[in-house]
Design a protein around this ligand. Structure first.
Ligand SMILES: NC(=O)c1ccc[n+]([C@@H]2O[C@H](COP(=O)([O-])OP(=O)(O)OC[C@H]3O[C@@H](n4cnc5c(N)ncnc54)[C@H](O)[C@@H]3O)[C@@H](O)[C@H]2O)c1
Length: 719
């Protein structure tokens, strides 16, 4: 034994090969926390004290190789400031460089996922062998930072600047065949042969068959690109990446600049450049929010997996209604491997549902993600039916019939008689109270909401709505099913709009006020898109459907009349009254034309503008910041209320639901993180000023005022 720590052990074999194994005790995956990096330093020191070694193999004792640095430490580390971060990274570079400079050949045996810092470790060795199933990549830019432990320096030298830019700016996880093709690894072998293949490489290097010196010199010296090549690679990439990432995500461009600046430099100088940009990026709000988002996502997933462990197996499901949502739910379930019965009352509805599923599967075949045989197997997971024949064996039912309480009541009570006593019933209703729907059921404990978003195959969120009588078992099974479908479930309590629509409609309320005060909806859309939303509110209303919006608005107004009921006619109502339903009938706030592929494209429509002008009461001038405040304050306040009312358990879940459910700009971290970033006191002051003019929709809660007074936050400042 050369070294034994909590995460790293290193042994010497009879043929004088050292094997350094990452196997973090008490954890299911290896991460590179500060403590593990310290151990790595000690292990490398122990290694240099050994004499007569013939080589080093770096390996992992876990299923994944190393999943990256320990992101849970980031906020605290980043809080220590730029100078500290530069020093921290230079110290890591010393350790990594020491591995790269060892006086014998070195190889990494990549058995599984190697990301971020884990990928940077494997770049230090002379050679890499990779299991067929493993993936490697540098996803740091997705967290608003850049690879800081040599990724921006070693990867371009190993695989060329163009490939490295693609990997780093895209933050991609790269499969073994792709890694081999660009030269990131030297061999790909079945997992069982990995260590033997690594040992063989060392043997061949020692026998002089492989030129280590040439390889090391390539990795440690300047990139071999002349001025014209540099221009071509870097300037073209910057233009392309800037367009793709957008102005709110600066990290990919900064990573390219670091690669470019370091291109003409030898290793240490290039590493200094990397360290300095890393530290600068780590201190940005974007990095703070994206790291926070990662942690929130972990929390949400952990909670989901906790529920899943308590659940009975969900092996066979059924969906009632083969419409837009029912068809989507059937496709998603079948696609992820849970057989599903799809029941409707109309033959043609079933045919339509199946056609939609077939179309989605065919797209996957076209993209080579699925073979024709796989498509056939998955499609056979959907069993269309007009009867309740096989419902006795169903573990969970999703009701997705028309949004009409009477129809839903009838369908739910009917299906309850056809299923077993333990079958879980769920409803995909977007507006009807789960407690209300439970009233006529014999087993209300087996019932809850399962709210999918449209289009089901794309939208990651499923709201699982717990009614007053819903049992833990029903919630657990519904969460488990949502996860089996590849979705992110978030459990909330019943209230009008549940969590996501309850928060979204006050945002539309803010939009209605702006329309009454003469704001141009096209400008409002532009401002909110610049703020980071995937689409502005008028466009979003067109996508949701003005009929759906009017209906949901009524439900919200009934539930929260003080702040959501309006006496005057809103622009949304006027659109609906004039049969402008949005994308579904090609006219709403915009008109819609079809492009070559049949996709709707929005165009300006004079009639829409003149209809909106009919609701103007008193035209005002607004700055972009005014528009943002008038739109964002009601949304944020309603999120605060949902948290205070216990509709959602935590700030993390509330923020993730908004990001996954309605496309809240991820780099802003969510509504509650947005308030934190502004400062609660500042936010309350902004809301108060607007409440004076616009009323209760903008009024802060007493508890939020207390938070402002106490200088408290929704999230700790740096943890
Ligand atoms: N469309 C959306 O964007 C969206 C989003 C989230 C939730 N939802 C909710 O999902 C549900 C379905 O919405 P949709 O847009 O898919 O509606 P839809 O009109 O496209 O489909 C409803 C389907 O239910 C069928 N149906 C009616 N009565 C039935 C019965 N007794 N048994 C079996 N099938 C019956 C109809 O034939 C139709 O095929 C609604 O509750 C809606 O509020 C819709």
């Amino acid at each position: 034994m050369i070294y034994q720590g909590n995460a790293i052990s290193m042994v010497r074999s009879d043929d004088d090969i050292a094997t350094l194994t990452f196997d973090l005790q008490g954890e299911s995956v290896n991460t590179l926390s500060s403590a593990v990096v310290k151990e790595l330093g000690e292990a490398v020191q122990a290694l240099s004290a050994e004499h007569g070694l013939n080589g080093l193999i770096i390996a992992s004792g876990k299923e994944a190789f190393i999943v990256g640095a320990d992101i849970t430490e980031f906020h605290q580390l980043f809080d220590k400031g730029q100078e500290y971060l530069v020093e921290m990274n230079l110290k890591v570079h010393e350790i990594f460089n020491a591995i790269e400079d060892l006086p014998f050949p070195t190889v990494t045996a990549i058995n599984g996922l190697a990301l971020g810092g884990g990928c940077e470790v494997l770049l230090t060795t002379d050679f890499r062998v990779m299991s067929e199933k493993a993936k490697i990549g540098l996803p740091e830019t997705k967290l608003g930072i850049i690879p800081g432990w040599g990724g921006c320096v070693r990867l371009p030298r190993l695989i060329g600047a163009d490939n490295a830019i693609e990997w780093i700016a895209g933050g991609t996880e790269n499969r073994a065949d792709a890694a081999l093709k660009v030269g990131a690894v030297d061999a790909v072998v079945p997992e069982d042969d990995l260590l033997a293949a690594a040992a063989d490489i060392l043997h061949r290097a020692n026998a002089g068959e492989l030129d280590i010196e040439a390889r090391r010199s390539e990795k440690k010296s300047a990139l071999k690109l002349n001025a014209i090549e540099q221009m071509m690679v870097f300037e073209t990439a910057k233009g392309y990446v800037a367009g793709k990432a957008g102005p709110h995500y600066p990290a990919p461009i900064e990573a390219i600049k670091v690669i470019q600046k370091g291109a003409g430099e030898a290793r240490e100088r290039a590493q200094h450049i990397e360290a300095s940009t890393f530290a600068r990026m780590a201190l940005t709000d974007v990095a703070f929010n994206l790291v926070g988002l990662f942690m929130n996502d972990q929390l949400v997933k952990k909670k989901g997996s906790g529920y899943e462990k308590q659940s009975q197996p969900v092996k066979q499901t059924a969906v009632l209604g083969a419409g837009i949502m029912g068809g989507g739910i059937a496709y998603q379930s079948a696609s992820k491997g849970t057989p599903i019965l799809m029941k409707d009352i109309k033959d043609d509805a079933i045919e339509l549902g199946l056609k939609e599923a077939r179309k989605l599967f065919a797209k996957q075949v076209d993209r080579n993600k699925l073979s024709v045989e796989q498509m056939a197997t998955r499609l056979s997971n959907i069993r269309p039916t007009l009867s309740y024949g096989d419902f006795g064996n169903v573990d969970l039912v999703v009701e997705a019939v028309v949004e009409n309480p009477k129809v839903k009541d009838a369908v739910l009570t009917e299906v309850e008689d056809k299923v077993s006593d333990s079958t879980i019933l769920t409803s995909n209703t977007s507006t009807i109270s789960i407690n209300r729907l439970a009233k006529n059921l014999k087993r209300p404990e087996n019932f809850c909401g399962m709210h999918f978003f449209n289009p089901v195959h794309r939208m990651p969120l499923v709201e699982v709505i717990r009614g007053e009588k819903t049992s833990d078992a029903a919630v657990a099974a519904t969460v488990a099913y949502a996860r089996a479908m590849g979705k992110t479930p978030i459990v909330v309590n019943d209230c009008p709009g549940f969590l996501v629509n309850r928060v979204l409609f006050p945002y539309f309320g803010g939009f209605s006020f702006l329309m009454e005060q003469g704001a141009d909806f096209k400008r409002v859309d532009k401002v909110m898109e610049k703020f980071g939303w995937p689409m502005g509110p008028a466009y979003l209303l067109d996508v949701v459907g003005l009929d759906t919006a009017v209906h949901a608005n009524e439900v919200m107004a009934e539930g929260f009349p003080d702040r959501m009921a309006r006496e005057t006619k809103t622009a949304i109502q006027v659109m609906f009254d004039n049969e402008r339903l949005g994308q579904k009938n090609a006219k709403g706030f915009y008109a819609y034309e079809e492009d070559k592929k049949g996709k709707p494209v929005k165009v300006s429509d004079e009639q829409a503008h003149s209809l909106v002008s009919s609701v103007v009461q008193e035209a005002k001038e607004f700055s972009d910041d005014d528009i943002i405040a008038r739109m964002m304050v009601p949304l944020c306040l309603e999120t605060v209320r949902c948290l205070e009312d216990g509709i959602v358990d935590s700030a993390a879940e509330a923020d993730m639901a908004l990001i996954y459910g309605i496309g809240f700009p991820p780099f802003r971290g969510g509504a509650l993180r947005y308030i934190d970033a502004m400062g609660v006191a500042e936010f309350v002051a902004q809301a108060d000023a607007l409440a004076e003019e616009l009323g209760a929709l903008y009024a802060p809660t007493p508890k939020l005022r207390e938070m402002a007074r106490d200088h408290s936050r929704f999230y700790p400042a740096n943890a």
